[in-house]
Design a protein around this ligand. Structure first.
Ligand code: DGT
Ligand code: CA
Ligand code: CA
Ligand code: ZN
Length: 581
């Protein structure tokens, strides 16, 4: 049994116990256990098999025994018994907004609801509204959530496809007949969600490459197969298209299949104006066109753009939102890269709902080559996330100070912080006196999402007007493919951030990528800085910055626009700046 399987079982035990109304501490123990098993830095399944788990913080005796049983027998009797009481589809219900374990238990016990399809029926026929604690409003919220999920049923988040893309690229690049392989389409452009994956290879043996592609282990079924292209469904159900072209055609096909369609249309018009027609294989002179310039050789995409009088346009920018004019005038930004990050803010530990301790998070950040790690556990109103009260927060500040003494000689530093809840009226969950003791503060909305737009906008602006608030967390609260953004006037919030000197977070979790990339150009024009925050709930979560980097690049951002590209010596000054205004 893999550690992922074991973690999933712990997570599911937590869910099932919660449904049965078990004590919240017990439920949390399994949830923390799941995070820990997933992000543990050694081979935890081997340790479990050898009974070597004692002393690992956050893993009590009950969980150690269960992990041992899973590692040695490949199953867990306790879980098998627990889950026998419910059908497997029950777990789908936990992704529906407005439904918690209590409501799911009631739906299951009283109406036999055990899947999203059952739930939809129970809501539509009026039965669900009659249950205690439900009513018309709750039912409407459930139906809205189901509709939102159905609307996005054919899309995938980056975290769902990232590993698959690497695996297929590796297989293609390792093929003896393939000279070049790339991923194109919305994935290459760094979109927050994608419909399908578009692969491209250059080869002299297209038929053989196609034949081997459809036999890859990730292939679930073959949709279509021809001499130079194929489409398959891969694991998770995502469609993958492969096209095989010659080396000469490769740059043209790469540009064409990267898109976007709107970018392609504009580029093709530009080519036509020179008397060249452009398709996925080549430039060709337009017959009867006056003064057609000689077509220069094209070996790569940069040559292709150069032939049209343009600087190379990074794939993330190819959305026809001004990148072509900028490329013509030499005004394209030099986009931020992963290597530019020097540290990360907004991270959770076991003190609230994270799976790793302060020290484990710090070591993981240090191992990634970062110079600093900003902690920001939840505040007391986020009781479901075990938010810290004043006393626990002050104790954490002390703990961080001690760790910093240890880390000082390694040139690494922890910053004290809080992800403080923005309450309904825009006031904050901690007093100014408490906030003043922190290095930085992230303010976020975590409840009461259903305010009218004007009220939500006012609420958020009031929060960031507090001089102690360094940055605004996940601006719209969206969960990609699961929950829409709440109503908020983003442009007005950007103006207020500019006015107050508040940094806006680009939450790098693949579920959020919030603030959305479409707003960053405006924010940058107004002088608002970005912080790419992993919002990590485990050591592994720190690596989500790769998704944040893609979105930042899509938002035209450079190293200079991003707080956490600053070296340790300079970043503290910026954190203090707003308070000093
Ligand atoms: P999605 O929906 O997430 O798969 O988004 P894309 O952009 O990957 O779209 P897809 O897979 O339909 O097509 C891949 C690229 O191929 C697209 O970005 C641009 C190019 N393309 C597809 N259809 C057309 C078209 O009708 N005209 C032009 N100019 N380009 C196209
Ligand atoms: Ca695509
Ligand atoms: Ca496609
Ligand atoms: Zn949050």
């Amino acid at each position: 049994m893999t550690r992922e399987d074991a973690a999933t079982i712990f997570e599911r035990i937590a869910i099932l116990l919660e449904m049965q109304g078990e004590n919240p501490f017990k439920v949390r123990a399994y949830r923390t256990g799941a995070e820990l098993v997933e992000s543990f830095s050694g081979d935890i399944m081997k340790l479990a098999a050898d009974n070597q788990l004692a002393g690992i913080k956050g893993l009590g005796e009950a969980l150690r025994d269960k992990l041992h049983e899973m590692a040695t027998t490949g199953r867990l009797e306790f879980y098998e018994k627990l889950k026998a009481q419910f059908p497997d589809t029950i777990f789908e219900l936990f992704n529906v907004q407005g439904l918690g374990p209590k409501k799911i238990a009631a739906l299951h016990a009283e109406l036999g609801v055990s899947s999203i399809a059952d739930l939809k029926r129970a809501c539509e026929c009026g039965e669900a509204a009659k249950l205690s604690g439900f009513g018309a409003k709750v039912v409407q919220k459930i139906l809205d959530s189901i509709a939102f999920r159905e609307e996005h049923a054919s899309e995938f988040r980056q975290d769902q496809v990232h590993g698959l893309v690497q695996e297929i690229l590796e297989a293609l690049r390792g093929h003896p007949d393939v000279s070049q392989a790339e991923i194109c389409g919305s994935f290459r452009r760094g979109k927050e969600t994608v419909h399908d994956l578009d692969f491209l290879v250059s080869t002299k043996q297209p038929a053989q490459v196609i034949e081997d592609f459809v036999k890859l282990p990730v292939v679930v079924d073959v949709i279509a197969k021809g001499p130079t292209k194929a489409s398959i469904h891969a694991t998770h159900g995502i469609q993958c298209d492969l096209r095989a072209v010659s080396g000469k055609e490769f740059p043209f096909a790469l540009m064409y299949f990267t898109g976007s369609k709107e970018h392609n249309v504009a580029i093709r018009q530009r080519a036509l104006a020179r008397g060249w027609s452009l398709n996925e294989y080549a430039f060709t002179p337009v017959p009867d066109h006056a003064d057609v310039p000689v077509i220069p050789p094209v070996h790569d995409e940069a040559d292709l753009y150069r032939a049209l009088g343009l600087d190379f346009i990074d794939p993330e920018l190819r959305e026809n939102t001004g990148e072509i004019d900028a490329a013509e005038d030499g005004r394209l930004p030099r986009l931020v890269q992963l290597e530019n990050l020097r540290g990360v803010f907004h991270n959770h530990t076991t003190a609230s709902d994270g799976g790793a301790t302060l020290r484990q998070m710090a070591e993981a950040a240090h191992d990634l080559g970062l110079q600093y790690l900003g902690i920001a556990d939840h505040s007391k109103s986020s009781f479901q996330a075990n938010g810290l009260d004043e006393k626990r927060l002050l104790a954490q500040i002390e703990e961080i100070k001690k760790l910093n003494e240890e880390y000082a000689e390694e040139g690494f530093r922890l910053f004290t912080g809080s992800e403080v809840d923005i309450l309904k009226d825009g006031s904050l969950d901690f007093s100014d006196e408490i906030l003043a003791q922190l290095d930085y503060v992230v303010a976020s909305v975590h409840n009461v999402f259903n305010l009218p737009e004007a009220e939500m906008t006012k609420r958020i602006i009031r929060a960031i007007e507090n001089p102690h608030v360094t940055m605004l967390g996940h601006l719209t609260g969206r969960l990609l493919l699961q929950r829409p953004a709440y109503q908020v006037n983003v442009a007005a919030v950007i103006d207020a951030a500019a006015e107050t000197g508040t940094i806006i977070e680009l939450n790098a979790s693949a579920w959020r990528l919030d603030m959305d990339w479409r707003w960053w150009k405006l924010a940058k024009e107004k002088g608002v800085k970005c912080s790419i925050n992993p919002d990590a709930h485990s050591t592994r979560g720190l690596q989500d910055v790769i998704f944040g980097i893609k979105s930042a690049r899509k938002g035209w951002l450079t190293r200079k626009d991003i707080l956490n590209c600053l070296p340790l010596e300079e970043v503290g000054e910026v954190l203090r700046a707003k308070r000093a205004r």
